[in-house]
Design a protein around this ligand. Structure first.
Ligand code: WTA
Length: 653
């Protein structure tokens, strides 16, 4: 990862403050800073205390074994995550409580109680075993947002298989690459899933992905959309047929706390996605504890996190965190504007949702669609709002607070990453006075800091790199079979500290203000995309010689992708070719990575040593100050890039 030597200076200055209301505080799980004080004194004792809430098959002998950069939490402890999310609740009044309340995009509904979910998970765990899946094997999951998705995750957890979920917006090629990397022999999918009135043909995409992938032995297909799909004899199996034959009870595996629970691929700064590997015990304790305190979660809540389980937010805050707390989780299959832009608010009113956790990009889209849509509905059941995925602009924060929260609900702006597994910087809703646009302060037990390029703390209100000083329970264990890359990406930038890749500043009250990525990862509509990944996709097209991809500000998506492409000799630019290239990216990575703007140009601006000046292009495209980056280049370079950009953009594609 290249770290710019530029010091990032923040321009944001917000004085506005929102203390928790007396009414909210009165009922909140935490009302004062006792947790924080406790945790600061002895973080390990704090996490051990949190861990005692769960069911352990064998107790741990050591809370933390820290051999930098590898952390082992609850060493010697044995447990099963599915037991903690399901069996634990069956013994008491939660047995017949709704675990999942689900609505499909066409309007169909299902409710699964904890006992129902337990039954599904047990049977499906036996299905997986019947197909030869063993402890430690990797199972790929490519499903729409239907209850079978959490069932599949928990079934893997029950038998100790490591799941690797792939978001439905990824293409056949992306599935193929991830299955190969994970050496996964089995994939779980559906015939199709509903999205904005259309059906996404998931099985067809899987067929394409594995056509020449001998590694894959089994495909389990859930019938969701009623599509006519070819089933290959011996390889493809219908979910319902296997379930009908499966035994009803599956004994949970006693997993080591340090065994991996899952891998989840995420974009990095190279063309190759990283397989983020998470643990069993530490991950469970980290996500369950943060779910409880950040969302002030109570048994009577109906909690809705609008993320897709294909991303880490869905893993941690739809499946594992809430279910470990015995919560009722609302789940929705489709698009927020289908059939109309009031879909979310209709469901909030109808189901009486109390907690809503969504993303700034969605909030900005709602703002743009207009207040009339939320105003059509009674949203008074809501008592807490959350946001995640990118910095939220204060204007969107205020709109969320007023129009959706009725001025009554605290907002938790939660900062974290696929790698951190759990929320690390966040308000505690009954305790923290919030400021629009700030994720406020580290969660109890977390030590975050903003440093300069030498790793030294910067003064307050000065921009720098966000690092985490000590290991935390849900911290990634490593990158799947690539410990060197793990060490290099996260632990070599600032000695001894976890490098987040985010810029931030801390204000005079100790509040953290996140300023976005400082590496070549950009955040499009809350989805992390590595610009290098898109560049490699572009240059894999037969007519492309070179490509540079940068992010530029976008009013709804936060950022959008802009690509500059140089063709191989003998090819000429045309509208058709531009479309072809966009289609190619869609095929190689998926629709989420297709650049909104794609310019075909004669050359790319380069340094004397031949490096493409991405940073300069990015700054100019974003209308930002160039800052120190100029010192890296030859002095005339910036003007040249400016001239080049005007020409390229002027001529169109
Ligand atoms: C960004 C999503 C500002 C950040 C959970 C981080 C945020 C990246 C926030 C991780 C927030 C996430 N404020 N920025 N509240 N939450 N980010 O891995 O740049 O998909 O590094 O995890 O999103 O994205 P990821």
């Amino acid at each position: 990862m290249v770290v710019s030597s530029a010091t990032i200076d923040s321009l944001l200055k917000e004085k506005e403050q929102y203390p928790p209301s007396a009414a909210f505080r009165k009922k909140a799980l935490t009302k004062d800073d006792a947790l924080g004080r406790d945790a600061a004194k002895d973080p390990e004792a704090f996490w051990a205390r949190m861990a005692k809430d769960f069911t352990w098959i064998a107790p741990w002998s050591k809370v933390l074994e820290w051999t930098p950069p590898f952390a082992k939490w609850f060493v010697g402890g044995r447990l099963n995550v599915s037991v903690n999310c399901l069996d634990r609740h069956l013994a008491g009044p939660r047995r017949n409580k709704a675990a999942i309340v689900w609505e499909g995009e066409p309007g169909d509904r299902r409710v699964l109680t904890y006992h129902d979910l337990w039954r599904e998970v047990n049977r499906f765990a036996n299905v997986l075993k019947g197909l030869g899946v063993k402890r430690g094997d990797r199972v790929t999951i490519y499903l729409p947002m239907i209850p079978e998705l959490p069932v599949a995750l928990l079934a893997c957890a029950r038998i100790g298989a490591i799941h690797s979920v792939i978001f439905g917006g990824f293409s056949a090629r992306a599935i193929r690459d991830r299955m190969e990397d994970a050496e996964s022999h089995l994939i779980i999918t559906a015939d199709g899933g509903n999205r904005r009135g259309a059906v996404l043909p998931l099985k067809k995409i899987v067929d394409e992905a594995i056509a020449d992938l001998d590694l894959v032995q089994h495909v389990v297909v859930f019938r969701r959309a009623g599509l006519d799909v070819p089933m290959r004899e011996g390889r493809d199996h219908w979910w319902h047929e296997l379930m009908a034959e499966a035994l009803p009870v599956c004994e949970p595996e006693a997993m080591e706390a340090t065994d991996p629970l899952f891998i989840l691929y995420t974009s990095g700064t190279t063309g190759k996605p990283k397989g983020i590997q998470h643990s069993t015990g530490g991950y469970l304790v980290g996500v369950a504890t943060t779910t409880k305190y950040v969302f002030d979660l109570k048994d009577e809540d109906l909690y809705w996190c609008t993320a897709d389980i294909g991303w880490v937010t869905g893993h941690s805050y739809i499946v594992y965190g809430p279910l470990a707390n015995g919560a009722t989780v609302f789940m929705y299959e489709g698009a927020p504007d289908w059939p109309e832009p009031d879909r979310f608010w209709r469901m909030v009113e109808e189901y009486q949702i109390t907690i809503l956790y969504t993303a700034p990009t969605a909030i900005r889209a709602f703002m743009r669609w207009g207040d009339e849509f939320p105003k059509r509905h009674d949203l008074s059941s809501l008592r807490l709002l959350g946001t995640v995925g990118e910095p939220i602009n204060p204007e969107a924060w205020r709109w969320y607070q007023k129009t959706i929260g009725g001025g009554r609900c605290p907002i938790v702006d939660t900062w974290w990453q696929t790698e951190t597994g759990m929320i690390l910087i966040t308000p505690l809703p009954g305790v923290t006075t919030t400021k629009p646009g700030s994720a406020t302060r580290p969660f109890p037990g977390i030590e975050a800091e903003v440093v300069d390029e030498n790793g030294l703390p910067v003064p307050s209100n000065k921009g720098g790199y966000l690092v985490i000083r000590k290991p935390w329970p849900a911290m990634l264990q490593t990158l799947y079979h690539d410990p060197e890359r793990y060490q290099k990406v996260y632990w070599s930038q600032v000695a001894g500290k976890y490098f987040t890749g985010d810029g931030a500043r801390v204000d005079e009250d100790g509040y953290f203000w996140l300023m976005g990525r400082i590496d070549d990862v950009i955040n499009v509509a809350g989805h992390r995309i590595g610009t290098m990944e898109v560049e490699s996709a572009l240059v894999s097209h037969e007519k492309v010689a070179e490509a540079a991809v940068v992010g530029k500000p976008h009013p709804i998506k936060g950022q959008s992708l802009v690509a500059y492409v140089v063709l191989k000799r003998g090819h000429t630019r045309s509208d058709g070719l531009t479309k072809d290239l966009q289609k190619h990216v869609r095929e190689v990575i998926g629709p989420i990575a297709v650049p909104d703007d794609l310019y075909i140009t004669e050359k790319l601006p380069k340094t004397r040593s031949g490096k493409i000046m991405r940073r300069v292009i990015r700054s100019l495209v974003s209308g930002q100050e160039i800052g120190d980056t100029t010192t890296l280049e030859d002095p005339g370079a910036v003007d040249e890039v400016r001239k080049w950009l005007a020409e390229v953009q002027g001529t169109g594609s």
